[in-house]
Design a protein around this ligand. Structure first.
Ligand SMILES: C[S@@+](CC[C@H](N)C(=O)[O-])C[C@H]1O[C@@H](n2cnc3c(N)ncnc32)[C@H](O)[C@@H]1O
Length: 339
């Protein structure tokens, strides 16, 4: 007997939910408006929130009720909204505030719109759309660059919480944060360990933002800022430890080896290199590393790697993995120079 083929309708619904980008864009718009900051004292009407954020009340209502359906904000009475645990990190004053973590960067969105190019070719969609690489674009666009740095800083607050207790940072006297951005991570480590001295090494237009951040942490005296490229310039030499936090995965294998060699050259025989980034676990289970992997492919043509793949690159640079230290987020790979 023929009939209509059986359809697993639940799976169809689940797929439509996963394929949708409405919620991610709405979260970002609401972050940009700073809605959560106006709910710290308790629930408020949508009219109040609209006045406080310069929004159109009926449209804000539509955005908030959609987010409330996902547990982000809650409508406690018609037109009255409050924070939920999931909405709390969207406040600017939250200890691990994610408000700046989700900027709506037009160049990012345009690159995602051509992600098929990355899958077809293995190249960054960003380069295809903009005709230049991500970092060159950022160097020429200070507003987007500042928004990008702020997003990294937001992620860094979370990483400071998860990686500081997991590793014995005070074993070192000197630490170079290679590609350390505006110093948000190193500043946090130096503030916690007063005997530690540090150096931020990043592109010249990026390190100019570091002194302000280091001053906020009160660690200016103990931190140098050096501008340069780890692909072409020497990395500051002779420190006890080197950090590559969310750097390696931004580069294809060839350039990853160039940068690892630059760090290996700067290391003393007893220095440690700490690689802190998502490491992909093979298999079907969910792993945030698999998402970062695609983000990196789309924007810069890099990608998160398995531990085995990282070890191959280390070997090519005269380095070897000594041990892997788990944290609540990404693992810390502790690396030494080969004898
Ligand atoms: C994904 S961000 C990570 C920043 C920081 N380590 C963190 O975890 O927040 C990558 C960093 O690499 C820096 N970078 C890119 N190309 C570089 C190069 N050729 N030499 C030095 N730094 C570079 C960028 O400016 C940016 O700060």
């Amino acid at each position: 007997m023929t009939g209509r083929p059986r359809v697993d309708i639940e799976s169809v619904f689940r797929l439509t939910e996963l394929a949708d980008y409405i919620i991610p864009f709405t979260i970002r718009a609401v972050c940009d408006l700073g809605v959560a900051d106006h709910l710290t004292e308790g629930p408020r009407t949508v009219e109040d929130l609209a006045a406080a954020t310069g929004s159109h009340a009926p449209s804000l209502h539509r955005a908030l009720r959609a987010l409330a359906s996902k547990g982000i904000f809650t409508e406690t009475a018609p037109g009255l909204f409050d924070l939920t645990p999931r909405a709390q990190p969207l406040r600017s004053d939250h200890p691990v505030s994610l408000r700046d973590a989700y900027p709506l960067l037009i160049p990012d969105v345009e690159a995602w719109a051509r992600f098929d190019h990355s899958i077809r070719t293995g190249e960054a969609a960003f380069d295809q759309v903009y005709g230049e690489d991500y970092w060159s674009y950022m160097a020429a666009n200070p507003e987007d660059s500042a928004a990008f740095d702020a997003s990294q800083q937001a992620a860094t607050r979370l990483e400071l919480r998860t990686s500081l207790p997991a590793y014995d940072w005070k074993a070192f006297k000197t630490l170079v944060d290679v590609g350390g951005g505006n110093g948000a991570f190193l500043g946090g480590i130096l503030a916690r360990f007063p005997s530690l001295h540090g150096t931020i090494f990043d592109l010249p237009h990026v390190v100019t933002g570091a002194p302000k951040r280091l001053a906020e942490y009160g660690v200016t005296e103990r931190c140098a800022c050096v501008g340069g490229s780890f692909l072409t310039d020497p990395v500051p030499a002779g420190a006890d430890a080197y950090l590559l936090k969310r750097i390696l995965y931004g580069w294809d294998d060839e350039r990853a080896v160039v940068l690892l060699r630059a760090v290996a050259t700067a290391m003393r025989p007893d220095s440690r290199l700490l690689i802190l980034e998502p490491v992909v676990r093979p298999g079907n289970h969910f792993d945030v590393g698999k998402l970062y992997d695609l983000l990196l492919l789309c924007m810069v043509g890099g990608g998160a790697r398995t531990e085995e793949h990282i070890c191959e690159l280390l070997e090519r640079a005269g380095l070897r993995l000594e041990r892997t230290v788990p944290t609540m987020m990404f693992p810390i790979l502790e690396v030494v120079r080969c004898a």
